[in-house]
Design a protein around this ligand. Structure first.
Ligand code: FAD
Length: 168
């Protein structure tokens, strides 16, 4: 490979970190990861953030190679012609190759009332909001989980576990 190839990875989740670590092992390749927060968020543990049984974060230093710089910012625009990513903080990063690994979010509910009254657990902020709402509610308040995919099932089980007799 001639010269240094610059790779920018947008999103420091499982996909982005795995791609960055793998690419950074190649000679002549420099990899930069852009992620909105300085901690790695464990998507599969966000339901545990709701009850506090796990904070669902990890130091990037424990999951990402030391030769991969992290830019803490949010990508707002990709200019493919200029090979440049604009960041919410006002800066830009240039690339030869781009990996777009921003994960998935909660589906647009399309159900009247859901946007105003429901909580989602698909990102750290959503999990925190649900945690605050549950903390403010009586311990006996009924909670309805809508959706029985991995997020719904894990959240239901986590909440049931946290409120079962004998739990801390
Ligand atoms: C309850 C549950 C259990 C699961 N269990 C398993 C399991 O046992 N095994 C398994 O293989 N998978 C499991 N999964 C699936 C797994 O969580 C996903 O496949 C994985 O998180 C996808 O990784 P990702 O990197 O694509 O996205 P994510 O992990 O969601 O990471 C995306 C990253 O991109 C960042 N980002 C978003 N927008 C921007 C932007 N504009 N600029 C910069 N950064 C941005 C986000 O902040 C985040 O850090 C589970 C999922 C759930 C919900």
């Amino acid at each position: 490979m001639n010269g240094n190839v610059e790779v920018v990875v947008i999103g420091g989740g499982y996909g982005g970190v795995t791609a960055a670590n793998s690419l950074a092992r190649r000679d002549g390749v420099s990899v930069t990861v852009v992620n909105p927060r300085p901690e790695f968020v464990e998507r599969i543990r966000l339901h545990q953030r709701v009850t506090g049984s796990d904070d669902a974060t990890e130091d990037f230093g424990k999951v990402m190679g030391g030769n991969v710089p992290l830019v803490v910012d949010t990508a707002t625009r990709i200019d493919a012609a200029e090979r440049q990513v604009s960041l919410a903080g006002g800066g830009t990063v240039s690339y030869d190759y781009l990996v777009y690994a921003v994960g998935s979010g909660a589906a647009d509910p399309g159900v009247p009332g859901a946007a105003e009254f429901a909580y989602w657990v698909s990102d750290l902020e959503g999990a925190e909001r649900l945690r605050s709402a549950l903390d403010a509610a009586p311990a006996t308040a009924p909670v309805t989980v809508v959706g029985a995919g991995p997020t719904g099932l894990e959240t239901a089980a986590e909440l049931a576990d946290a409120h079962s007799p004998g739990s801390a």
